[in-house]
Ligand binder design. Structure first.
Ligand code: FES
Length: 148
C-alpha cells in the first residue's frame, strides 16, 4: 500500500467509524421531558416514549422527567402499554443524583446500582429508591407525587 492508498483507505475507515458511532449515539439518546406539574403530581404525554419510523412506531424503554420545581429528576420506565415505574433519581446512600443507563440506574459517587423497579442491585446503598404510583389516562401518564 502506497502513501496515497493509505491516506484514502484511512479516511474511509475514519468516516465509517464516525458513521457507526453516530448511529450508536442516536440509538442511545436519552429523552428528557418536562411534564406538567399539578397539585398532586406530574402529567406526561405517552407520546414522549414513541419513536416514529417510516413504517412503524418503536418505544423508548425509559424517559427522564425533569421539572424546575423538582429537586431530582424522575426516571419513568415503560414495561408495556399500561405498566410503568416512576423512580426518584436520588441515591439512597448519600443523595447523589443517579445516572440512567438502559434498565439500570447507577450512582457515580460510590457505585450503587438500582433496577428499573427501584430495587438495590449493588451497594453500598441498602434501601430501594423512592417510587411513585403511575396511572394511565387518555394517552397521558399521571405520576402521583403525594405518596412516598
Ligand atoms: S451516594 Fe450513591 S453510592 Fe454513595
Amino acid at each position: 500500500m502506497n502513501r496515497r492508498d493509505f491516506i484514502v483507505n484511512g479516511c474511509a475507515a475514519c468516516l465509517a467509524a464516525t458513521a457507526v458511532s453516530g448511529l450508536l449515539s442516536s440509538c442511545s439518546t436519552t429523552r428528557y421531558a418536562s411534564g406538567a406539574l399539578g397539585k398532586d403530581g406530574l402529567t406526561v404525554s405517552m407520546e414522549e416514549f414513541k419513536i416514529k419510523k417510516k413504517d412503524r412506531t418503536d418505544y423508548r424503554p425509559f424517559i427522564i422527567v425533569r421539572n424546575e420545581s423538582l429537586q431530582y429528576p424522575i426516571y419513568v420506565y415503560r414495561f408495556g402499554e399500561t405498566e410503568y415505574s416512576a423512580l426518584w433519581m436520588r441515591c439512597t446512600h448519600q443523595g447523589t443524583e443517579l445516572q440512567a443507563s438502559g434498565d439500570q440506574l447507577q450512582c457515580s459517587a460510590h457505585g450503587s446500582e438500582f433496577s428499573n423497579k427501584g430495587k438495590v442491585t449493588n451497594g453500598p446503598a441498602d434501601k430501594d429508591l423512592r417510587s411513585f404510583p403511575v396511572t394511565v389516562n387518555n394517552n397521558e401518564l399521571f405520576i402521583d407525587l403525594r405518596q412516598a
